[in-house]
Design a protein around this ligand. Sequence first.
Ligand SMILES: Nc1ncnc2c1ncn2[C@@H]1O[C@H](COP(=O)(O)OP(=O)(O)OP(=O)(O)O)[C@@H](O)[C@H]1O
Length: 332
Amino acid sequence: MTTTSEATAVRSLGSEVTIDGLSVAYGDFHALRDVSLQVPAGTTTALVGESGSGKSTLALAAGRILPAGARITGGSVRVGDVELTALDGRALRAARGRTAAYLAQDASAALNPVMRVGRQIAEVHQVRNGAGRAEAAVLARRGLEDVGISDPDRVARLYPHALSGGMRQRVIIAMALAFHPQLLIADEPTTALDVTVQAEILGLVSRLQQEYGLTVLWITHDMSVVAEIADHVAVLYGGRLVEHTDVLTLFEGARHPYTEALLQCFRSGRDAGPKEPFTTISGSPPVGGAPPGCPFHTRCPLADSRCGTDLPEPRRLAADHVAACHRLEVVR
Ligand SMILES: Nc1ncnc2c1ncn2[C@@H]1O[C@H](COP(=O)(O)OP(=O)(O)OP(=O)(O)O)[C@@H](O)[C@H]1O
């Protein structure tokens, strides 16, 4: 039987995540190819890239919570000391429960509409942490307080439809924390919220991340979110990791032409007046598989003939900086 202190105790939650040579396919189509990435325990890595670049596939593979139909075709994922890619069946189901919690863009889809929110969080404490019913109710209220809800007793009795979008997202965060996750996957959880609420939720997750030492993979299109929450950034294009670096280097010394193009779009959107056009990346991301050579070569202003035929290997430029590009010397 679990004691009160065991059920209540929150470990220093985050574990190191090591992804090595990971490839994932939906049917015959490879959405992710040969991606290697390390997320140190207790840090946040932002996954950025245009739509379809493979951000969600990578994050979901890191928690082994890919949808049905997705197959890991190569490589490995280790969370803490568990090699997730080596597990299947019952062992995988058990490991999943211990490993990752997921914050979705649409918080209402993650909540049961006919159950009071306090009960939903309490159930996690009962099932996941072995708390008794009364203790779980206390923990649920404490969880609501922890995510900045000032009147947890009242809110615990509400159904999800009675909550605003921001409040629903807070409830989902409280529920995610109740899982004591080794890895928190945040899939653009703030994009559906208005700007003020978005800032509040980002501030909240940053505080909780530090307080609980959470390891976070944060999927986003938005470089201002990256600046706010990330320690490291992984840039994906056409299912490949093209650059991986710490957040300061990203903004001050990105080396891959695709990363540079994303940053130019961000800066021009941020600095443009209301009627000024802002920069976009010409062309579209690959659909149905990346071309041979560098996946970005068809849109890259610096591409030469080799870029169309040879896949660039990731090159280590500093302890915390890797980029895969044949033309790094001419970027800076
Ligand atoms: N369940 C699925 N079945 C088939 N193909 C899928 C599935 N999920 C994703 N894909 C495809 O895999 C590729 C990568 O998708 P993924 O959702 O990982 O990209 P993303 O960068 O997260 O995009 P977005 O920002 O639009 O969410 C895309 O081409 C997508 O169409």
